[in-house]
Write a protein that binds this ligand. Structure first.
Ligand code: RNT
Ligand code: ZN
Length: 418
């Protein structure tokens, strides 16, 4: 017997002793799809022009060599990442990742034809696609306002952009046979203390209502709105705050997107999920790792991530939660970042599936908090790694750290030649 197999059999027995069915846990994980964000592959640059990210409340740091500069390169890199990640997943595009064949196409003029290459690639690779309008890195967003701008011409431009993006996503949903989730995040806000906090919010509300006026088939396209506490240049006031988008999503029956970095520095998103699940059908997550601020570090398997996964599993929310990743680190090999972040998310979910939940719930109901405390702590040193390794093996991806060697080889063969 191979060592991974031996270790797995022993681990299975250890978990069975606790009342956990490992095979059932593994089968559940097999159904989970994570949406990998294209923007980790090139530091949120996109292919509109050679310029790349300018401003608008997000900032990528680092200049690790080998960044993807064309759609072909980005797809090739993503394929390498997907080969290191167990399971079948999704890919999440921003509007600036269009293929314009060298012609300048305004953001308000984009259509499905500019994303056909991505749709063909997704089909070949068995991936679903998600989508994002890009309300930043643009002269019309340079003053920090888009859909809530006091300038009607600016608002109209961005309304046309948002409308175009929903149509593109619906086409993706149609061609790929699964709905494309469109996430609306706008950087709008003030650096310093405003005197009128209400009017920009009214304008934002009106603009969004115009964008969402057309009913879309939820089998093809779903809309989400993403709140934020502060950004670079919007430290004092963000139009799309949590309360704004919570109210908007509830009243318009949209999804809310919770980004792990968009709240107060010590405020996690895990505890929000159960409450929101009572009032909304579906949720979108931007799983990220804020370090002291909304820094978008690569996701790792830490307590915050565990807590998110536990809430999703314990409350049976996976069937109505879209899990997207949102980080961008240009100081490390960008494929390594994708692989580490996605594998961490999957590990956190697997660990959550491996809890003796019925027992823990019973103890809690009966007031046996000693049992709950003791077993939650024991679970941390259970042979989780053996189950994870077996999961990788049965999905045909490298076991343990073996994937790193493969990415390093790709770096020397391909990335370093760019
Ligand atoms: C920015 C938001 C948003 C972006 C992506 C690139 O603070 O988190 O989701 O990171 O759209
Ligand atoms: Zn986000």
């Amino acid at each position: 017997m191979r060592t991974t197999e031996q270790a797995y059999q022993l681990a299975r027995q250890r978990y069975a002793d606790l009342g956990v069915d490992v095979e059932a846990a593994v089968n559940k994980l097999q159904n989970v799809k994570i949406s990998l964000h294209c923007w980790q592959g090139d530091d949120v640059g996109g292919f509109e022009s050679a310029g790349g990210l300018t401003d608008g409340g997000i900032l990528a740091t680092g200049n690790y060599p080998g960044k993807a500069r064309t759609p072909e390169q980005l797809r090739q890199d993503a394929e390498v990442a997907f080969r290191m990640i167990p399971g079948k997943h999704r890919f999440n595009l921003h509007a600036i990742y269009l293929e314009n064949k060298g012609k300048k196409v305004g953001r308000d003029e984009i259509g499905p034809e500019h994303f056909q290459g991505w749709m063909d690639w997704a089909k070949e690779n068995g991936l679903g696609l998600d989508f994002n309008p890009t309300f930043f890195s643009h002269p019309k967003a340079a003053d920090g306002f888009t859909l809530s701008s006091p300038c009607s011409e600016t608002r109209e431009f961005w309304i046309r952009h948002g409308t175009a993006c929903r149509k593109i996503a619906a086409e993706m949903g149609k061609q790929l046979g699964s709905p494309s989730v469109v996430d609306f995040w706008m950087p709008d806000g003030f650096k310093d203390i405003p005197v009128d906090r209400l009017t920009p919010r009214k304008r934002m509300e009106e603009s969004l209502d115009r964008i969402f006026a057309e009913q879309m088939d939820p089998k093809l396209e779903l809309d989400a709105v993403e709140s934020k506490l502060f950004g670079i240049g919007s430290e004092t006031y963000v139009v799309g705050s949590h309360e704004f988008f919570m109210g908007y999503a509830l009243s318009r029956k949209k999804l809310i997107c919770l980004d792990a970095g968009h709240f107060h520095p010590t405020e996690g998103i895990a505890d929000k999920l159960s409450s929101m699940s009572l009032f909304m059908d579906e949720l979108l997550l931007h799983v990220s790792r804020p370090v002291r601020w909304d820094s978008d570090h690569v996701v790792i398997w830490n307590d915050d991530l565990r807590a998110i996964a536990e809430e999703l599993v314990r409350n049976d929310l996976l069937g109505r939660t879209h899990i997207g990743l949102d980080f961008f680190d240009g100081t490390v090999n960008r494929i390594v970042a994708w692989v580490v972040g996605t594998r961490a998310m999957l590990k956190a979910l697997l660990a959550a599936f491996l809890e003796p939940l019925a027992q823990l719930r019973k103890w809690e109901r009966d007031g046996d908090y000693s049992g709950r405390l003791a077993i939650l702590e024991e679970l941390k040193s259970m042979p989780f790694g053996a189950v994870w390794d077996d999961y990788c093996e049965r999905n045909g991806v490298p076991v343990g750290a073996a994937w790193l060697e493969q990415v390093r080889k790709y770096e020397s063969d391909v990335l370093s030649q760019r």
